[in-house]
Design a protein around this ligand. Structure first.
Ligand code: CP
Length: 304
């Protein structure tokens, strides 16, 4: 079935990405358009916990005049009685005009998009992809750097399970980036993404060190949380969880326009004193999520 689902933005052209960025900027200038989605129903199905993604999608829907239905805990739905994802999606398709879904299984959003004509927006599927996060990340990079081309992007922390870094890496392939993958051995960027970089001609280096000197030529420092919930062996989590911690005193040599991004939530990987640095951008980045998600809901509904 063909529909306007947003499962991944890895294959979007420069024109498609740039149009979404421009729309996001329009929503930043004026977030309230209470008649744009009047009469529409947006469903948010969160099979995994979320603060930013769900609340910003729901705020986006509200600011555009839609009604919102959904759940934040699958235990209160009939999936706890054994209902399949397919049947849940088919049921919600009877009620909503667009379905925003987060699920623990990789490929769940793609599967959902194949069993309904109602557009699905992937709000994160396991360790795979998180396209709406990627749109707000691209917008944050574009806004702070004035371009997406030719940037030196450091990705730090959990590169194995981090769907935000996987998604961002793929969506930047048309912008000639140089990636620095900074991770402990246990959380290295998976081979499939390194293979993707080689195939697409994307430069990358893998590093273990994380010091004031090593980050001095970064344009973007993309920090990530080590995700306890993805580990089967909690001893391994304890071993690696605090490998990289960014402190304010590490920012003395960095480029003036360098910005620190983080999809959030953070745990220990950015010390609180970094929040006061002019390089810290993660709270504004999360705010950009509202505008990017207004643009994405409109895109999924085919609203120009
Ligand atoms: N960045 C992000 O996905 O945050 P939430 O898990 O709070 O939605």
């Amino acid at each position: 079935m063909m529909n306007r689902s947003i499962v991944s933005i890895a294959d979007y052209s420069r024109e498609q990405i740039e149009r979404l960025l421009e729309r996001t900027a329009e929503f930043e200038r004026e977030p309230n358009h209470p008649h744009l989605l009047e009469g529409r129903v947006v469903a948010t199905l969160f099979f995994e916990p979320s603060t930013r993604t769900r609340l910003s999608f729901e705020t986006a829907a509200n600011r555009l005049g839609a009604r919102v239905i959904g759940f934040t805990d699958p235990k209160v739905t009939s999936s706890s009685k054994g209902e399949t994802l397919k049947d849940t999606i088919k049921m919600v398709s009877n009620y909503a005009d667009v379905i925003i879904m987060r699920h623990r299984l990789e490929g769940a959003a793609l599967y959902a998009s194949e069993v309904t004509d109602v557009p699905i927006i992937n709000a994160g599927d396991g360790s795979n992809l998180h396209p709406s996060q990627t749109m707000l990340d691209l917008y944050s990079i574009w806004k702070t750097q004035g371009r997406l081309d030719d940037l030196n992007i450091f990705m730090v922390g959990d590169l194995k399970y981090g769907r935000t870094v996987h998604s961002l890496l793929m969506s930047m392939r048309r912008y000639n980036p140089t990636f620095h993958f900074v991770a402990p051995k246990e959380l290295e960027m998976p081979e499939e993404y390194k293979l993707y970089c080689r195939k697409e001609g994307i430069r990358y280096v893998e590093e273990r060190v994380f010091t004031e000197e090593s980050i001095a030529d970064a344009d973007i420092l993309y920090m990530t949380r080590v995700q306890r919930e993805r580990f089967t062996d909690l001893m391994e989590y304890e071993r690696v969880k605090d490998t990289y911690i960014l402190r304010a005193d590490m920012l003395g040599r960095c480029r003036e326009n360098m910005r620190i991004l983080h999809p959030l939530p953070r745990v220990n990987e950015i010390e609180q004193d970094v929040d006061d640095s002019p390089h810290a951008y993660y709270f504004q980045q999360a705010q950009n999520g509202l505008y990017a998600r207004e643009a994405l809901i409109c895109q999924a509904l085919g609203i120009e």
